[in-house]
Design a binder for this molecule. Structure first.
Ligand code: DOR
Ligand code: ZN
Length: 426
């Protein structure tokens, strides 16, 4: 099967360029670039006025399978990814059982191969059961196909355990993805600690809960030489700490989520549990610092932290609701509306943070659009706008604080390995 994408504008991070070209896809690979390409028996895709990108990669998603299939499955989560313009995602190990051994990694890979719409790269747990006590069988996880280690959702409180984990990960050349949260500081908190938490009478999670652990993990990465990736950066202080670490030449990278560069803690005032997320929505100063961090390269990656929850789990008092936002189906629209159309990022910079950069951190041969590369492509219509309607989500998680928002920039086609896995139907 051949696909010929005609008349699109290509954004190519590997060539650091944007240009008009047709793209021919054959046998699951990118075959030819050029203008006015013709090909018999090829399926023609009209990309006039559209942007053709390397398939987007989400470095941080929760697929919930095995164990929490009422919230999401590998099938539904990857369907949501395809609709959101993602061709690959890395999934976090906080499933049940936790992905702390090779059989869970194999299970995820098999399920993804059988019923997944996009490429799935599992992340293995750092510690057994993500309990933060003993290291998981890290080499075995790598061998089974894990691309990184993380205890995301939980922080490893014990510095000695994190230190050993980083030493071990460095030895086998794997990145560690840190969920930075001092759980004594954040204990029982439901939202950012500040003016609005006082006003609403909710227990707060101070910025320091994140920054204390960002500091610790940067120090440990410096000691061990570990490739440290800091998940979901939410505070101005964290952005500064990461900026300093990079200036010192440490192998530290970081990600921000669309909700953290868009929303503030003021959003919590209606007690809508879809605004409850960990780390919490912070202040306007924090949001602006995250945007600045994205702009100056301190923050390398935009990742969704897609955290779907079954509706009944979120339909409880704010204090009792689980943390998380269903993010795969709104990410592109938020990046385009909040960062590209505002001039904070160029289209090329935005695309780099969702393709080449996450691919480099995970060490996967994705995220570029060169001849011979896997034909994973995303086509977006930057001129189209659409209202967020959670009732139309294909994810099982409808927990979004963006319902009703008009977003510009709509994924219109997603191609994985030369096959169309999603096409926009209006
Ligand atoms: O909001 C969040 N939800 N933050 C996390 O760190 C974990 C995630 C989840 O698994 O629901
Ligand atoms: Zn996390």
């Amino acid at each position: 099967m051949k696909l010929l994408i005609k008349g699109g504008t290509l954004i190519s991070p590997d060539q650091k360029e944007i240009f008009s070209t047709d793209v021919l896809i054959a046998d699951g690979k990118v075959a030819v670039f050029g203008n006015n390409l013709e090909m018999d028996r090829a399926f023609i895709i009209d990309a006039g006025g559209k942007l053709v990108l390397p398939g987007l990669i989400d470095l941080h998603a929760h697929l919930r399978e095995p164990g929490f299939e009422d919230s999401e499955t590998i099938a539904t989560g990857t369907m949501a990814a395809a609709k959101g313009g993602f061709t690959s995602l890395a999934c976090m190990p906080n499933t049940n059982p936790v992905a702390d051994n090779s059989s869970v990694i194999s299970f995820i890979l098999n399920k993804a191969r059988q019923g997944g719409k996009v490429n799935v790269f599992p992340i293995g747990a750092i510690t057994a059961g993500s309990r933060g006590e003993e290291l998981a069988e890290m080499a075995g996880l790598k061998e089974a196909g894990a691309v990184a280690f993380s205890d995301d959702g939980r922080c490893i409180s014990n510095a000695a355990v994190m230190y050993r984990a980083m030493q071990y990960a460095t030895m086998i050349n794997m990145p560690v993805i840190a969920h930075c949260e001092d759980t004594r500081l954040s204990a029982q908190g439901a939202m950012h600690e500040g003016y609005y938490s006082t006003l609403l009478g909710l227990k707060g999670i101070p910025a320091a809960a994140e920054e204390v652990m960002v500091t610790r993990d940067i120090i440990l990465a410096g000691e061990t030489g570990c490739r440290l990736h800091i998940a979901h950066v939410s505070t101005e202080g964290s952005v500064q700490l990461i900026r300093q670490a990079k200036a010192r030449g440490l192998r530290v990278t970081a990600e921000a989520t669309p909700h953290h560069f868009t929303l503030t803690d003021r959003e919590v005032t209606g007690y809508n549990t879809s605004t409850k997320v960990n780390p919490p929505l912070r202040t306007l100063e924090d949001v602006n610092a995250v945007r600045q961090g994205l702009r100056d390269g301190t923050i390398d990656v935009i990742a969704t932290d897609h955290a779907p929850h079954a509706q009944e789990k979120k339909e409880v008092e704010y204090e009792n609701a689980p943390f998380g936002i269903s993010g795969l189906e709104t990410a592109v629209g938020l990046v385009w509306t909040e960062l590209v159309n505002t001039g904070i990022l160029s289209p090329l910079e935005a695309v780099e943070k969702m393709t080449a950069n996450p691919a480099r951190i995970l060490g996967i041969s994705k995220g570029i659009l060169a001849k011979g590369a896997d034909a994973d492509l995303t086509i977006i219509d930057p001129a189209r706008t659409e209202k967020v309607d959670p009732a139309r989500f294909v994810s099982k998680g409808r927990n979004t604080p963006f319902a009703g928002r008009m977003l510009a920039g709509v994924p219109v086609m997603t191609i994985v390995g030369g096959k169309i896995v999603f096409e926009y139907a209006g």
